[in-house]
Design a protein around this ligand. Structure first.
Ligand code: HEM
Length: 445
């Protein structure tokens, strides 16, 4: 890709409010009644079951009775639920048959609005390798993979630890505060800022953008799709500036510089470069944030496990895997069948949408004993599917694990016990699974 400056950039006025969630709440209040209804028992695309944390028995029933089953009508059209470890691994191991490509509909349950023409869609689309099939996927994944090798991750450790320590040291003991805002968002954006060499004072823009980019439910609100498009354009402009700055500077170790100066860059268009940057921001943002919130929520819910963590910090590395299993910050990924197929006795037709519910597979009782309990010493915790499986398995998994390990280690060093003492507000979504607010109070153990 050419790295010289192109046309002058328009001035940027960053909108910081409303957040995607506030905008969708307001939209729902006004138009909610116009939405198509969820009528089928196993239509788990309904976001109220995640908002109210009552999805567990519905998926348990599916796993027992029909691990692969079809929902015929929903606001997202017809789709297949794929709910167990075995069935999801099967689908993910056949990427030619079960496509991730945006050409078939991409990786989330929502489809583009019907009134957008293919040309307009193509114009608006930010190409990302998570929504590509082989061979394009392979080449583009290779561009960012070098930033996530064990050596690179080890290089980041010192800085991530210092930032984590500094953040934890600002927390007030004995006073209630929102863990999501003060810890999860702060640490996640801080880590991404370190990774990209992103201006520190602007780091909260990453959360703002990521929420607008990642919220699938917005797709139900036609007007908000256009707002989202404008906000993402602002983000693209911001990154274009960073890119031009880095392109004219000597190579450095941040991810933007690494991507610009890599060989694979010569085979990537500016749109693809931007799309992949956005993918990294979105991919690394609400996932890690929600795990950081989910961990303290889970430790408070299972006091015996919190005791274990406090008495024996050697459980932390395995405990991180178990927390990622238990929390499952992305509820699903979607695939689309490229041909007719038989999936464990179910007749899949070309073009059918398959939703792989990681949230359910991580509670698969044939793989995880007592799956609804957090067990920090669980022997097979690593078998969780929170990072997916196969050729698209999360490229940032090691970095996420590192951050979570450091968070628990630094909490332990400070003898920090976190109690959930106030409001717990979950995200209203069927894709991102996590917390909007988590009021907590800390004491010393
Ligand atoms: C892909 C989860 C953190 C970047 C994925 C996928 C999942 C996932 C489920 C798709 C797998 C599939 O389709 O089979 C998570 C979780 C995280 C996390 C649960 C934290 C706990 C991160 C971080 C980054 C990142 C920190 C980078 C900064 C990506 C990218 C992909 C991806 C680039 C696309 C990989 C591909 O298509 O080959 N992640 N992720 N993720 N993730 Fe993550």
């Amino acid at each position: 890709m050419a790295t010289q400056a192109t046309a002058p950039l328009p001035p940027i006025t960053y909108r910081r409010s409303p957040s995607a969630m506030e905008a969708f709440d307001a939209w729902l209040k006004e138009h909610g009644q116009e939405l198509p209804h969820h009528t089928e028992k196993w239509d788990v695309s309904r976001s109220d079951i995640y908002l109210e944390d009552r999805w567990q028995p519905i998926f348990a029933e599916m796993r027992a009775k029909a691990p692969v089953n079809k929902v015929h009508e929903s606001p997202y059209g017809a789709f297949w639920n794929v709910t167990t470890v075995k069935t999801i691994q099967h689908v993910e191991s056949l990427p030619e048959l079960y496509s991730s490509s945006y050409l078939y509909g991409g990786i989330t349950i929502g489809d583009p609005p019907e009134d957008i023409t293919p040309e307009r869609l193509e114009e608006r689309r930010l190409p990302m390798f998570i929504a590509m099939d082989r061979p394009e996927h392979t080449g583009q994944r290779r561009t960012v993979a070098p930033a996530f090798t064990p050596g690179e991750i080890a290089f980041l450790e010192e800085e991530v630890r210092a930032r984590t320590a500094a953040t934890l040291d600002t927390l007030p003991f004995g006073e209630q505060f929102d863990w999501v805002d003060k810890v999860s968002i702060e640490l996640t954006t801080g880590m991404l800022a370190i990774l990209f060499g992103f201006p520190w004072e602007d780091r909260r823009l990453l959360t703002y953008w990521s929420d607008w980019a990642g919220d699938v439910e917005l797709g139900l609100a036609r007007e908000l799709i256009d707002v989202r498009h404008e906000i993402l354009l602002e983000m693209a402009h911001y990154f274009q500036r960073l890119w031009m700055e880095r392109a004219s500077a000597a190579p450095s170790r941040d991810l933007i510089s690494m991507m610009i100066h890599s060989d694979a860059m010569n085979h990537m268009s500016p749109q693809e470069f931007m799309g992949n940057l956005v993918l990294l921001i979105v991919g690394g943002n609400d996932t890690t944030r929600n795990t950081m919130s989910g961990i303290v929520h889970a430790l408070d819910k299972f006091p015996d496990q919190r005791d274990l963590f406090e008495k024996d910090p050697s459980v932390i590395p395995n405990g991180v895997q178990e927390c990622i299993r238990y929390v499952t910050p992305l509820a699903h990924m979607r695939r689309t069948a490229t041909a007719d197929a038989d999936l464990f006795g179910n007749e899949i037709k070309k073009g059918d949408k398959l939703i792989m519910w990681y949230l359910s597979a991580n509670r698969d009782e044939t793989v995880f004993e007592n799956p609804d309990k957090l067990i920090l010493t669980r022997e097979n915790a690593r078998r969780h599917l929170s990072f997916g499986y196969g050729i698209h398995r999360c490229v940032g998994a090691r970095l996420a694990e590192l951050q979570l390990k450091i968070l628990l280690e630094e909490m332990h060093k400070r003898r920090m016990r976190v109690h959930v003492t106030g409001q717990v507000e979950r995200v209203r979504a069927n894709f991102v699974h996590g917390f909007r607010k988590l009021e907590t109070t800390i004491e010393k153990f």
